[in-house]
Design a protein around this ligand. Structure first.
Ligand code: ADP
Length: 668
């Protein structure tokens, strides 16, 4: 329960965080819109109001000038004559000219009527009897006029007419220079219709009010629109004050153009925010691009600095990618290699069919098994061949589908050259060692061959004596013949022995190829025994042989193993070259090793033995304790045995001497 609530809360919060800015934006835009419309409306209303004020001011000004002008005209009435009849005719002309004037009266200084004229337009119908005595307001105005020596207006009053109607009348009293007054009566309504109305707009209505707001006269307009604007202006005349009020009917500020401008605003805001979003997006994209570029450059640098060649192929076997190391290796540019199908230009023509078949088989097998450590010969652009080791694995794309193969290549020509070099130098070493052995033996041989040769020579001399015709025969001819035969047999035997010795040396001198053959252990021993025995004889050493029954033949390079045996035997005999030594036995033993399929050869002596210091360096090339030694024997022996897969080791021979043991695979 709590969990779900927390979950709900978290969801809500993340939603809110995501939408907060948008909601804010929408609210801001909406409030701005409303404000905009409202301000626009207000501005429009202000405009209408100020127009109305201006129109009112114009109306008041034109009223004022019209009244001033009328006063001048009234003044002019009196200038020439004071005769009642001519006054009347001139007043009539004046009245005809000024429609707003309803009546003109000439009164003397005691306010008695001397002459009067009514407007020819006939409104209103004056009650003449009543007009003989002036209105009290007019009397006051005339008193004021006389005092001020200028025109003075009376407060307006309603003059009822007999037909039940009437008019609001404003009267002005103008004092005359030679006494008396001219009283002019204006109809307020007429003033408005004559002077102001022509300039009014259809929706405007104008009225005179008293300062307290009571409406005196109203020129009504047709009512348009629902909203009314009002402007008031004072028209203060000497002695009286009127208020001109103008009302204007107007449509409420129209919403549509405002909405339009708001819409434009909203759209520009939206545009601005879209631009902002785009800019941000662009910046992000640029950052991502830069990052991508950097990682690409890093990858490129990594690929370029690789020493391993890389190559990718698609499912059809076409090359889709090679790195610069691969291009350097084969001497072709990437452009030359990309898109190349089988066979690629770097396959040597002599191997192409074999490689193509192998590749076909590999593809048909689905390439599931990565090609491991596979050595091929490739061809550079200049035609030189070189060995490469290739590791190939399926190329899998991001969706897990296999799209081809990716292979890495190592140019192993340097390695091969080094191997070749070491092999050659090893062979040279072996040859040197053999020469050393042989040289050593040559002196022995010369000594050893002396003996059979001496024997042969003496038998030959004896035989010749027997055959000498003058010689005294020692016995019967049969006995002589038997003696001769024996001598010849001895000569043959000695010659054969000498021949064997020479052959064994010859065998060693001849450098045979490394061929593994199956050789009986006894044959190996037999091959080295004549030479071993030569030295043994010289040093007074007994040679003992111990061979197990039914030994399987050994699988080995015969000459090399014979040399190992000979070396070990020679070392053993040299170790026993001590005059104080009573018994000197060299034991050569062959038996089955503990591991199945292996033979164990042992060369044991009872000589000086090997102390720890010597043992530590025993197999080091050129290590020797002898002045005439080369120090190569044991290290070569170990190499030979290890090349056969066997082990060469030594141990003390109790109670005295050393045992050297090595193993060889049996042919069985
Ligand atoms: P070289 O015979 O030319 O001295 P080797 O490599 O055959 O070179 O032998 C190295 C040294 O190992 C010899 O000088 C000798 O001191 C010691 N050594 C080898 N075999 C024996 C052995 N059976 N008994 C005692 N010392 C031996």
């Amino acid at each position: 329960m709590g969990d779900s609530r927390r979950h709900y809360w978290r969801r809500w919060r993340s939603l809110w965080r995501r939408w907060f800015l948008w909601v804010l934006l929408v609210l801001l835009v909406a409030s701005m819109l409303v404000t905009l419309v409202w301000l626009a409306g207000r501005h429009e209303a202000d405009l209408v109001q100020s127009n109305l004020e201006r129109d009112t001011a114009v109306a008041v000004a034109s009223l004022r000038t019209a009244l001033e002008r009328n006063l001048d005209d009234m003044q002019a009435l009196q200038t020439l004559t004071l005769d009642g009849a001519s006054w009347q005719s001139r007043a009539e002309a004046l009245l005809q000219e000024h429609r707003a004037l309803l009546r003109l009266e000439w009164r003397d200084a005691r306010m008695q009527l001397r002459a009067a004229s009514d407007s020819p337009y006939g409104t209103p119908t004056w009650d003449l009897a009543q007009r003989d005595a002036p209105h009290s307001e007019v009397i006051q105005a005339c008193v004021r006029a006389q005092r001020l020596r200028g025109a003075s207006y009376a407060d307006s009053y309603f003059q009822a007419s007999p037909d039940g109607q009437g008019a609001e009348v404003l009267e002005v009293c103008l004092p005359l220079a030679h006494g008396g007054f001219v009283v002019g009566s204006y109809g307020l309504r007429h003033l408005l219709t004559e002077i102001v109305a022509p300039r009014l707009q259809p929706a405007q209505e104008i009225s005179f009010t008293e300062p307290d707001g009571t409406r005196l006269v109203l020129l009504r307009a047709s009512r348009r629109g629902s909203r009314m604007f009002t402007a008031r202006q004072l028209l203060d005349l000497p002695g009286a004050t009127l208020v001109v009020r103008m009302d204007g009917w107007h449509q409420p500020p129209s919403v549509f153009p405002n909405v339009l401008s708001a819409l434009v605003t909203v759209m520009s805001i939206a545009l601005a925010s879209v631009v902002a979003v785009l800019v941000r997006d662009n910046r992000r994209r640029l950052a991502a691009e830069r990052q991508l570029g950097e990682s690409l450059a890093f990858r490129q640098a990594m690929e370029d600095s690789l020493l391993t060649g890389l190559r990718a192929r698609d499912m059809a076997g076409r090359i889709t990618y090679v790195n610069s190391a691969f291009c350097r290796m084969v001497g072709y540019s990437a452009e030359e290699l990309l898109g190349q199908a089988t066979p690629p230009p770097y396959w040597p023509p002599e191997h192409a069919s074999l490689y193509a078949a192998r590749q076909q088989a590999h593809m048909e097998a689905g390439g599931q098994q990565p090609l491991q450590d596979y050595e091929l010969t490739y061809m550079r652009k200049d035609g030189t061949r070189f060995p490469v080791v290739i590791y190939e694995a399926p190329l899998v794309n991001a969706r897990g589908a296999r799209t081809g193969w990716m292979a890495s290549f190592l140019d192993v020509s340097e390695q091969r050259r080094a191997q070749e070099l070491s092999r050659a130098s090893q062979e040279r070493l072996q040859a040197t060692a053999r020469l050393a052995t042989v040289g050593e033996m040559a002196s022995l041989l010369s000594h050893e061959l002396n003996q059979p040769l001496a024997v042969i020579a003496s038998y030959a001399a004896g035989s010749l004596n027997l055959l000498e015709p003058g010689a005294e025969p020692a016995g019967s001819p049969q006995a002589n013949q038997a003696e001769l035969k024996m001598a010849l047999q001895r000569i043959a035997a000695q010659a054969e022995r000498a021949g064997r010795v020479i052959k064994s040396v010859h065998d060693f001198l001849r450098r045979r190829a490394h061929v593994r053959e199956s050789v009986a252990a006894a044959d190996l021993l037999d091959a080295v025994l004549p030479l071993a025995r030569l030295r043994a004889h010289k040093l007074g050493v007994d040679v003992a042989l111990e061979l197990d029954e039914d030994l399987p033949p050994a699988l080995c390079d015969r000459t090399m193993v014979e040399q190992v045996l000979l070396n070990l035997a020679r070392n053993a005999m040299q170790a026993m070259d001590d005059p104080a030594l009573a018994e000197r036995v060299l034991t050569l033993r062959v038996r089955r090793a503990q591991a199945r399929g292996w033979l164990e050869f042992t060369v044991a002596d009872v000589g000086t033995g090997i102390d720890a210091e010597v043992a530590a360096r025993l197999f080091t090339p050129f290590f020797t304790t002898r002045s005439e030694g080369m120090g190569l024997g044991l290290s070569l022996c170990r190499t030979v045995i290890e090349q056969h897969g066997g082990v060469l080791d030594h141990a003390p021979n109790l109670p005295r001497g050393t045992v050297f043991t090595f193993t060889l695979p049996s042919a069985a």
